[in-house]
Ligand binder design. Structure first.
Ligand code: F6R
Length: 607
């Protein structure tokens, strides 16, 4: 949801802002803008559409020598995506500008009261109230800190903001509440960004701003103040372990493809240091003082929810711990019954998803311990969870999540094995086989991926006629079917629904005809025969079928797609990329914008 970049330093700011915006474009891409100070005046350039359009506009202006500026890429919440509503927004004097990520929930009331004071609004956004409030106080006090505090104390909702004053060309201001904002610390230059990739080519040293903190950046210093008291706060500088090459396409046509093909490395990194292959023990030291929960509640959204749902099967079968899995936006508004010895596990790639964070906070308020499974170091989920298990997948830039789910599945499997070990539930042979299978998994996947891609490519052409698709599976393959359907619909815009294969005859099968294909996952497990029966039911209604299965099984379908049988659980790690690649190749064949599908944004930091 919206990306912010800010720069103050010794280099020309505008190219840094534009590059940063491109790296943040996955957060929103319906309009964009930059502001900079030139010869004591604020200049703002905005445009509807992608950053490339803004870039053309910027370079058709004069050459902009400036070393301070703010940039914003928008995912509309209030006001349609057009130039008027794009950020930055200026006050009436033209002295102050603001970029904002989040939602100001009480903006209507504030807007009315500002209008009554004679302020003319130029956009339909909630953001504009911020700049007018800051301006109202600044005209009296000439003090940025007082003015920003005055403004933010009146607003409810969520915000990460960057603020610039044309009469203070050596200062950049920022603040946050419930939306991410990170300060990058360079040498003779400093940055703000919604996400680390915004400034990763320049520095890996960061300060994570907490809620209700305000930062003042100059070229040499970063000071952080409390919104509530105005007092200075001492902050620690942390170093991000990511390399810039991880945030680039590395020769691939799309980030999504790069991230799918990276999964062998992702599995290796998620396992690193967490398994002792000699003793066959799981080393999740982060969980050591948690005890064994009576019950686990998994809370997540979207693809992370599918990873959690897949995990339910493992916690229950391996560790015999009952699990409830909730979509975070439901969890936070129902009255879940969480007991003292239950554990809440929240799963989030970004660590900033608003509903997931709200679920986390609710669970903590109810006295539960929370484990966060999260990719982004220092994100809100990571900071607020009692314990955090990082997935170590590296930055995920493609809006459609792929490698993150793979890494989450590894961590969940390790967690299930960890609890099973603690409860002495593992049968040694099975356990050892699984551990050694995990060790081999990155190599096996590395070998399989090129073949899988080839098959995905062929099938995507044959099935690109479809207007709708069913994705069906049982057991562990049911959550994967849900994920396959999500991937297809979000990037190719072909309607797709995931179902438990056994549910078909309770309604959905009515839709089957020769134009309505089903993608059935039928792996060699205890449910195989049942899935074959479901396939037959579809065939009896002349529905075309792609069957993703293993060698040496008896099944007939229009197209049989085989991946090796890794013995139950681990086969999921071959099924997942096959589903991802089928969606990817279909979207490419149909000419869709794979990395930035319409109407979506990477990190959903608003409710
Ligand atoms: C789908 C997708 C989304 C995210 C969801 C949760 O491809 O990317 O469904 O999985 O928005 O995001 P995180 O994991 O960042 O909380």
């Amino acid at each position: 949801m919206c990306g912010i970049i800010g720069y103050i330093g010794h280099r020309p700011a505008v190219p840094i802002l534009l590059e940063g915006l491109k790296r943040l474009e996955y957060r929103g891409y319906d309009s964009a803008g930059i502001a900079y100070i030139q010869q004591g005046k604020l200049k703002v350039i905005k445009s509807e559409g992608k950053i490339s359009i803004l870039e053309e506009k910027v370079f058709s202006n004069d050459p902009l020598h400036t070393t301070i500026g703010l940039g914003h890429t928008r995912w509309a919440t209030h006001g349609v995506p057009n130039e008027k509503n794009a950020h930055p927004h200026m006050d009436l004097s033209g002295n102050i500008c603001v970029v904002h990520n989040g939602i100001i929930e009480n903006y209507t009331k504030i807007k009315e009261s500002l209008k009554a004071k004679g302020i003319d609004f130029r956009s339909d956004t909630d953001t504009e109230v911020l700049v007018h409030l800051i301006s109202e106080e600044y005209s009296k006090t000439q003090d940025p800190l007082t003015s920003i505090r005055y403004c933010l104390k009146q607003v409810q909702g969520s915000y990460a903001i960057g603020v610039m004053f044309s009469d203070r060309p050596k200062e950049l201001w920022a603040a946050k509440h419930s939306s991410p904002l990170i300060v990058g610390i360079g040498v003779g230059e400093n940055f703000i960004g919604s996400d680390v990739p915004a400034f990763l080519p320049y520095t890996k040293d960061v300060i994570f701003l907490e809620d209700e903190e305000i930062a003042r950046l100059t070229t040499e210093h970063v000071d952080v103040y409390s919104l509530n008291t105005g007092d200075k706060i001492k902050k620690q500088i942390k170093t991000i372990p990511w390399d810039i090459s991880l945030a680039q396409k590395g020769g691939y046509k799309h980030f999504m493809l790069k991230e799918i093909m990276e999964q062998p490395r992702v599995i290796f990194d998620a396992l690193a240091g967490r398994v002792n292959y000699k003793t066959k023990r799981i080393l999740l030291n982060e969980l050591n003082d948690l005890g064994i929960p009576d019950k686990i509640h998994i809370v997540a959204c979207g693809t992370s929810f599918h990873a959690g749902f897949w995990g339910k099967y493992l916690f229950e079968s391996l560790a015999k711990i009952p699990v409830e899995v909730d979509i975070a936006s439901e969890f936070r508004y129902r009255d879940p019954l969480i007991r003292k010895d239950d554990l809440v596990v929240v799963i989030s790639q970004s660590g900033e998803t608003a509903d997931t964070l709200a679920g986390l906070r609710m669970a903590k308020e109810m006295g539960s311990k929370v484990v966060g499974i999260c990719n982004v170091v220092g994100s809100s989920v990571a900071r607020e969870s009692d314990k955090v298990l990082y997935t170590q997948a590296g930055p995920e830039i493609s809006v459609a999540s792929t490698k993150a789910m793979c890494s989450q599945m590894v961590v969940i499997l390790l967690m299930a094995l960890y609890f099973a070990e603690k409860k002495n539930l593992m049968e040694p042979d099975k356990h050892n086989q699984l551990i050694m299978g995990l060790k081999d998994l990155p190599n096996i996947l590395e070998k399989e991926l090129p073949k899988t891609r080839e098959i995905a490519k062929e099938l995507s052409v044959m099935y690109s006629f479809a207007r709708s698709f069913f994705y069906l599976g049982r057991g562990l393959n049911y959550p994967l079917a849900l994920e396959g359907a999500l991937k297809l619909k979000e990037i190719s815009y072909i309607h797709a629904e995931g179902y438990a294969a056994g549910e078909m005859k309770h309604g959905p099968i009515a839709l089957i005809d020769p134009e309505f294909p089903s993608f059935v996952i039928a792996t060699k497990d205890h449910l195989f025969d049942k899935v074959v029966s479901n396939i037959k039911e579809i065939q009896a209604r002349k529905g075309p079928i792609i069957c993703l299965t293993n060698p040496d099984v008896k099944v007939s379908a229009n197209h049989i797609w085989q991946v090796p049988d890794l013995g139950g659980i681990l086969t999921s790690f071959l099924i997942l990329p096959a589903l991802q690649l089928f969606a990817y190749e279909t979207a490419v064949y149909l000419g869709k914008d794979v990395d930035q599908p319409r109407n979506l944004a990477k990190s959903v930091t608003v409710e």
